[in-house]
Write a protein that binds this ligand. Structure first.
Ligand code: 5GP
Length: 208
């Protein structure tokens, strides 16, 4: 049986929804899954950034852009963010599923060039719960919490454009839901198209 190509999985979530924690657990449970490390020109905020990003200068980023190295990119405020094409393509052709953790605009752009990608939007169980979580952290001022809720409210309006919605109510359930979506994806006719073609070819000799 020929090797099937992997699936590109786009994951977005409104800020404060716990996306990083959820994805960390997903990667712990699915060792075959690959994570696309984005390139960004934004300065390092904390050491954990190095797990998620390749931090480059704006000049380096623009050079990569000029060399057509990105699958997609976006600019937020003063900073660029982008997904490098090469590692993603390599993993997909090796049959690996690849997760892009990406904002709503990035997801829209990838869907345009790669319509077979699937998209997952992680949602809070309710706005009230999101507010409760943000306030419970105790790290942000009232003003910051309000600002984050405003951003989240806007981001949530994009949920209906995603293929799957996973609710982050109970962490372990949300993780299982995402793993289920990924698993189901491995049985779609699109993922199985090389296999179907191969068996169809073999089957030709049985056709009268
Ligand atoms: P932060 O600076 O807070 O880490 O990220 C800001 C935003 O950039 C987040 O919404 C995050 O999902 C998004 N982002 C991270 N990597 C990429 C990427 O490679 N491409 C795009 N379009 N957005 C990204």
């Amino acid at each position: 049986m020929s090797k099937m190509s992997g699936t590109l999985i786009l994951v977005s979530a409104p800020s404060g929804c716990g996306k990083d924690t959820v994805l960390k657990e997903v990667f712990k449970k699915d060792k075959e899954l690959r994570f696309s490390i984005s390139y960004t020109s934004r300065p390092e905020r904390d050491p954990a950034d190095r797990e998620k990003y390749n931090l480059v200068s704006e000049q380096e980023f623009l050079k990569m852009l000029e060399n057509n190295e990105f699958l997609e990119y976006n600019k937020y405020g003063k900073n660029y963010y982008g997904t490098r094409k090469k590692p993603v393509d390599d993993w997909l052709s090796e049959g690996k599923n690849v997760i892009l953790e990406i904002d709503v605009n990035g997801a829209k752009n990838v869907k345009k060039v790669c319509p077979e990608a699937i998209s997952i939007f992680i949602m809070p169980p309710s706005m009230a719960e999101l507010e409760r979580r943000l306030r419970n952290r105790g790290t942000e001022s009232d003003e910051d919490v309000k600002k984050r809720l405003e951003i989240a409210a806007e981001e949530i309006t994009h949920a209906k454009n995603y293929d799957y919605i996973c609710i982050n109510n109970e962490l372990s359930e949300c993780v299982e839901d995402i793993l289920t979506v990924i698993k189901a994806q491995s049985f779609t006719k699109n993922t199985m198209k090389d296999f179907i073609e191969e068996v169809e070819k073999d089957a030709e000799s049985f056709n009268r």
